[in-house]
Design a protein around this ligand. Structure first.
Ligand SMILES: C[S@@+](CC[C@H](N)C(=O)[O-])C[C@H]1O[C@@H](n2cnc3c(N)ncnc32)[C@H](O)[C@@H]1O
Length: 293
């Protein structure tokens, strides 16, 4: 997929409607006249909304300030967490995506590209990777660091809650490290799932100390020192059209990563299936009446 083909594949992040590419290839315009600019290094600014919600604007600012010290800082965090093996854990994440050479992958919140390098290795030769982040400085650093031979790699600045792609575009989508603070987290889960084809994988993770560790002294200190670790796993935000959901705790059980397969439609309970016998009816009625008390 050439850069031009990538631009043609982008849609309005709000409505999914078409975008018009200018003759010089420097801007994309949506039906309502909103402009999206293509930067000098090919990073397309698809941020939506143009004025980010306050919590997202704050995250963007923080990461834009921290980009040069991020890699060292985040590795230190993982070292404090039971002296975790960061490289092995990140490999575990990317294995969950079930990528193969030639596949098409999206990473949201790619940051400085720590996991992106592993994604690229899985899909070469011939694959397509689309890497995105909210922070221009983090994404620029990723672009500078990554080696992209044998592949098509495209970059865009984007809000994970508004993805500029049609349904079923990717074989797998990955996000690690930011979703707990997204202003529109439920919307982000819906978007991450929507752009994956049925049968493809979604892998998402972030901070959340496992419930059984929260009162242990060193973890209680961690929770006090950094409120990000107090987050609950956002199970209620997972969309209905998925199967094979798995939840893993990693990095000293202070982070979660979930993986699931996308399905064409949500599962249903067949409430019209004839009941197999009177005993069964009585038993369920008894339990239902008891639960109402
Ligand atoms: C902790 S960093 C993780 C970066 C990388 N995934 C890693 O594991 O090293 C979180 C990243 O999420 C990005 N981010 C925060 N809010 C976002 C949003 N609403 N949409 C997309 N990215 C977002 C930040 O800019 C930052 O680069």
């Amino acid at each position: 997929m050439t850069h031009q083909d990538f631009l043609k594949a982008l849609v309005c992040p709000l409505t999914g409607g078409p975008l018009k590419i200018s003759e010089d290839g420097k801007t994309l315009t949506s039906e309502d006249g909103t402009l999206y600019e293509v930067g000098d290094t090919g990073i397309v600014n698809m941020l939506y909304p143009k004025e980010l919600l306050p919590a997202d604007a704050r995250e963007q600012y923080l990461y834009d300030q921290a980009f040069l010290r991020y890699d060292k800082g985040v590795s230190w965090v993982f070292e404090t967490l039971n002296h975790s093996d960061e490289a092995a854990t990140r490999k575990f994440f990317i294995d969950l995506m079930e990528l193969k050479p030639g596949m098409k992958a999206l990473e949201v919140g790619a940051g400085t590209g720590k996991d992106s390098a592993l994604i690229l290795d899985k899909i070469r030769p011939g694959g397509t990777a689309v890497l995105s982040d909210l922070s221009p400085n983090m994404l620029k650093l990723a672009q500078e660091k990554l080696s992209t031979e044998d592949l098509n790699v495209h970059y865009f600045l984007g809000n994970g809650s508004y993805l500029p792609f049609p349904d079923d575009t990717f074989d797998a989508v990955f996000h690690f490290g930011g979703i707990n603070t997204f202003s529109e987290r439920k919307r982000a889960f819906d978007e991450l799932t929507r752009v994956v084809r049925p049968g493809g994988k979604v892998v998402v993770g972030d901070e959340s100390v496992a419930p059984w560790l929260r009162k242990h002294p060193s973890y209680a200190t961690l929770l006090k020192a950094n409120p990000l670790f107090r987050a609950e796993v956002p199970l209620e935000d997972v969309p209905a059209n998925i199967e094979n959901f798995k939840l893993h705790y990693v990095f000293g059980n202070a982070f979660y990563v979930m993986d699931y397969r996308v399905t064409a439609k949500a599962p249903e309970v067949d409430i019209d299936l004839p009941i197999p016998g009177k005993d069964f009816v009585d038993n369920w009625r008894l339990r239902a009446e008891k639960a109402e008390d």
